[in-house]
Design a protein around this ligand. Sequence first.
Ligand code: AMP
Ligand code: ZN
Ligand code: ZN
Length: 491
Amino acid sequence: MASDQESTLSTSLPISTNQLLEDDLPSSSSSALLSTAGHHSSPRKTAASTLVFISLVVTTAVALSAAAAFSFLFFSSAPNPSPHSTAALSSRPLSKLKHPVVLIISSDGFRFGYQYKSDLPNINRLIRNGTEAERGLIPVFPTLTFPNHYSIVTGLYPAYHGIINNYFTDPIDGDNFNMGSHEPKWWLGEPLWETVSNHGLKASTYFWPGSEVHKGSWDCPNNYCMPYNESVPFEERVDTVLNYFDLPSDEIPSFMTLYFEDPDHEGHQYGPDDVRITDAIVEIDTLMGRLIHGLEERGVFEDINIILLGDHGMVGTCDKKVIALDDLAQWVKIPKEWVQSYSPLLSIRPPPGYSSSDVVAKMNEGLESGRVANGEFLRVYLKEGLPNRLHYSASYRIPPIVGLVGEGFTVKQTRSKGQECGGAHGYDNAFFSMRTIFIAHGPRFARGRKVPSFENVQIYNMVTAILKIEGASNNGSVSFADTVVLPTHSK
Ligand code: AMP
Ligand code: ZN
Ligand code: ZN
């Protein structure tokens, strides 16, 4: 089940070829060749032929020097190797650890582009010496926290892993799912901590949606699986992860997660352009510094594959950008009991006896009439009629009617006079504002490499490739993962 995302790999060289040629040419080489040429020239030759000869020699010298510099660029291993060089094509050996380790760090709501808001020495160090999705990581639809975190660790779209929203009702038994639901029945697919422990390896989770759910041989073990508690200081989370590296080698988890609620909190409250977002990003950078420093002290920083990412982006919302369902009453009445979620994911389940296609037709008629405020910024679909790229229909849990809401717009039942401004996510994953970051650093990631954007369902296969374990089947493609993760020598 390969994703339809672009999969070609590109590598950018931060230094242009011309600049490298200039910087790396030995300053004496041209003049040395010129003096050799001078030795062969006859005093009786005309000035013109001497000039032609010299220019030929100069051309040869420049060509030779260029070739030398080019071969330097081609075969040099540091700091930004070409993808064609031997050094760039294989992983770096572990120096201290006895087995590969992957640490996935999620900074909730870290919109792609936030990394340019300030000088971030630690995050930029990871970018400079690692592999980055050059235009960001594409979340899955709906671009919400629980669906996306669980796609990252299962490689499955929400329709297949079952977490189709942060909150929803099972239409068969009427049970409600919320962010505190840990019963295994909700959580389909095989998350990485389960895959890892099924292979007899250790995993640890310092928070992650789904991590407290007992599945397969994963029973959320004490000290390796932290029960969610948002008041644990971020520093304490980092220090706990660092402490795992003080354990005897065979007790160090092969797979670890680490989660921070920021900058999502600030994004919702103030919108993505507020100075308090910048402060939150600087704090995340400081935490990365604490982590890197602690790993360096233990001599394992270069041995660990760190993947720093987010679950989705953030876009500004404001009071004027509201679409009220009550405004559609003239075409069709949508009682609030039909609505499972309003915004940015509008999902509606009419009760038995109502035709969902009639409801969709009437809603769209009203929205397109020009008589509903902001109606042009909402389109509703039968879930089977949604664009295929959203992969949001193949679950009985997804309500039959789904609305795609315009970027930054809010759907409400009733138009209110409130003057609300803030931020939201959950919209179509094609919006650039919903993209987040993917920054990977470690022995299985090339230094200074940029890769095109890809969907987060590809990450599961990257982790199993690094840990050299067989993964469960999923919506990512193994061949795509191989274009981001460096092969080992033994492969
Ligand atoms: P969202 O509204 O989609 O941005 O959800 C973000 C919120 O999800 C965070 O602010 C946390 O309150 C909550 N959250 C994140 N991880 C967990 C977890 N593992 N368990 C329960 N709630 C969580
Ligand atoms: Zn989130
Ligand atoms: Zn959020």
